[in-house]
Design a protein around this ligand. Structure first.
Ligand code: NOJ
Ligand code: MG
Length: 591
């Protein structure tokens, strides 16, 4: 008995030590557990332009519900919808009249519930757009505020203004601040005989977040929609929520000139040091996160995510993630690839742009990559059509979350919209000679489903915006049927994102020379390498100099136009790239 016992213990020790030895030699990485949003494939839907189900020329909720299968097939796991709430549409839904109601032309609450139901069945998360900075000037809240209803009197930022020395009895605005869509940010209201602040259009009065009632009301709005079963919010124009505090006489500090433009009406004429990026805004985002987490805890749901829109300096933006003691936004959007790169981009610019996010991020947070949205020119047009696959590859292979704006998977181009057809306030508030600089209509044209008239978006003769060029080629039906297409490349990228190497793997990236950019992801013995030539000439690269662990790799995905054979072997010490060629290479086995 004693003998058996001793042998058993001895054997156990040997086995254990062998196991330990093995583990030490191979240093096997164990997959960390990640929350759903950390490895999500986000997709932004601009509801007005996605799919029209009732033939009025305007996209709607039933249109989205009908097309959820498409998103599922594409591999999208979460989608955020631009505003669907009741609105006079002065800023196409970003001017909300009633935060609790659905815009009629988009559908009913029942339609919304159906959408949520189908999305849940398909396992697609639904995220709505929360617009806290302002409401519509047609909202009940604003009307009551104009009428000085005691509950609403201070819901907005009202000021008397300054006596006009040239026009006795008249008032001048309390500061030189400019609105996002041109001209003064202060609008005189004849009924209340005061100015109100609007950082965007005149029809979008700014809510007053120094009034705790406003904070509480907006928290209520958040809870209402979380209760409806949504999975989170994208939050609009976050850096604008607070302005600097007023002087006791109701005036404010003037903002200094930026020197960026000579046009005194243009928002960029001033540096927005008093109307944006205030410290109070960070705390408000932490407060929203608290509301989200509280809801999740009480109802024991999956994580409800907070994605925030921030065009702000890096040190300020990073604070939104939270700090050691407090959680902030799950993802403050990273717009650096949009704001820092254009069609002239080099591999070095790409590296710099990535450097301005990844190493700046507080530890244990998730990165994210965005190349377009409903406010910016189309990625294909902005970077150049020859680089759309490069950019889609980049956002999918870099570590973290990737966000697609509808149509990027197709390589959709900017629409060409005449002054007469222009409807965006950012364009309309200018004039026929400069509107193209400001209008966002070109990136909002209807989604391209097929090659028929109006691209299968609507049965109406004239949709709300005209079709973009080349929709006859760049559409779902044609690109699905083609042997190779931007869409097919996009789809195979999403497929690859399911691999542990992209979900959890280490990363390294570098500009090998001026034109060639490389990202390497590794997980145990598995490697995924992205190599992209952003230049207009051929390149011959020996990657083993900077990435000594690389050897033989297999060609998995390539840009449209590449002549290399999928599945062929490529040696890392001798990679030949045609001009504008982009390749995704992997080890034989990919974890
Ligand atoms: C940012 C939104 O993305 C944009 O479309 C809108 O016009 C402004 N915020 C104002 O809400
Ligand atoms: Mg419709």
């Amino acid at each position: 008995m004693k003998f058996i016992h001793r042998t058993f213990v001895f054997g156990l020790l040997i086995a254990l030590s062998a196991k330990l030895n093995f583990a030490c030699k191979d240093k096997k990485e164990v997959a960390p557990s990640k929350d759903w949003w950390e490895t999500a494939q986000f997709y932004q839907i601009y509801p007005r332009s996605f799919k029209d189900s009732d033939g009025d020329g305007i996209g709607d909720l039933n249109g989205i519900t009908e097309k959820l299968d498409y998103l599922k097939e594409l591999g999208v796991t979460a989608t955020w919808l631009s505003p669907i709430f009741k609105s006079p549409m002065a800023d196409f839904g970003y001017d909300i009249e009633d935060f609790y109601e659905i815009q009629k032309e988009y559908g009913t609450m029942k339609d919304f519930e159906n959408l949520i139901k189908k999305a849940k069945q398909l396992g697609i998360k639904i995220i709505l757009d929360f617009v806290p900075n302002h409401s519509s000037n047609e909202s009940e809240w604003f009307k009551k505020s104009v009428a000085r209803d005691p509950e609403y009197e201070d819901f907005y930022v009202w000021e008397d203004g300054i006596d006009d020395p040239k026009n006795p009895g008249k008032k001048l605005p309390p500061s030189n601040w400019l609105a996002g869509f041109r001209g003064s940010a202060w609008q005189w209201n004849e009924q209340r005989k005061q100015f109100y602040l609007h950082q965007f259009a005149v029809q979008q009065p700014d809510l007053n977040y120094r009034n705790p009632k406003v904070v509480e009301r907006m928290n209520h709005v958040i809870r209402f929609w979380l209760n409806k079963g949504i999975d989170g919010f994208r939050v609009d124009a976050v850096p604008c929520v607070f302005e600097i505090e007023r002087f006791p006489n109701g005036t404010y500090l003037d903002e200094p000139k930026s020197g960026y433009t000579d046009d005194p009406e243009e928002s960029d004429y001033l540096l927005h040091i008093y109307t944006q990026n205030q410290p109070e805004t960070i705390d408000l985002v932490y407060e929203w996160r608290r509301v989200f987490d509280e809801h999740q805890r009480i109802f024991n749901t999956e994580s409800k995510v907070l994605l925030i829109e921030t065009y702000a300096p890096p040190d300020y933006t990073m604070k939104f993630y939270g700090n050691v003691t407090t959680q902030g936004a799950h993802l403050p959007f990273n717009f650096n690839l949009i704001t820092q790169l254009n069609s002239q981009l080099t591999a070095e610019d790409v590296k710099k742009s990535i450097d301005s996010w990844l190493p700046e991020m507080p530890s244990k947070r998730t990165a994210n990559w965005v190349i377009g949205n409903h406010d910016k020119r189309r990625a294909s047009t902005r970077y150049g059509v020859e680089k759309i696959d490069h950019m889609n590859m980049l956002v999918m292979i870099l570590p973290g979350v990737s966000v697609t704006y509808q149509g990027e998977e197709l390589g959709m181009l900017d629409g060409i919209i005449s002054w007469e057809e222009t409807v965006d306030p950012a364009g309309c508030n200018s004039n026929s000679s400069i509107y193209e600089k400001f209008s966002r209509d070109p990136c909002r044209t209807p989604f391209q489903w097929d090659d028929t008239k109006n691209a299968g978006f609507t049965t109406k003769e004239k949709p709300w915006l005209p079709m973009a060029p080349k929709y006859e080629e760049l559409n779902i039906k044609t690109e699905m049927a083609a042997k190779e297409s931007h869409l097919k490349i996009y789809k195979s990228l999403i497929e690859l994102r399911k691999k542990q190497t992209l979900k959890f793997g280490n990363y390294k990236y570098n500009a090998v020379d001026k034109n060639v950019f490389v990202v390497l992801r590794t997980y145990n013995n598995s490697q995924i390498l992205l190599i992209e030539n952003f230049g207009n000439s051929e390149e011959k690269i020996d990657l083993t100099k900077s990435f000594p662990n690389l050897d033989k790799l297999i060609l998995k995905i390539r840009n449209l136009g590449s002549k290399k054979e999928l599945g062929s072997t490529i040696l890392a010490n001798n990679i030949q790239l045609d001009k504008y060629e982009a390749l995704v290479l992997t080890t034989e086995t990919v974890l």
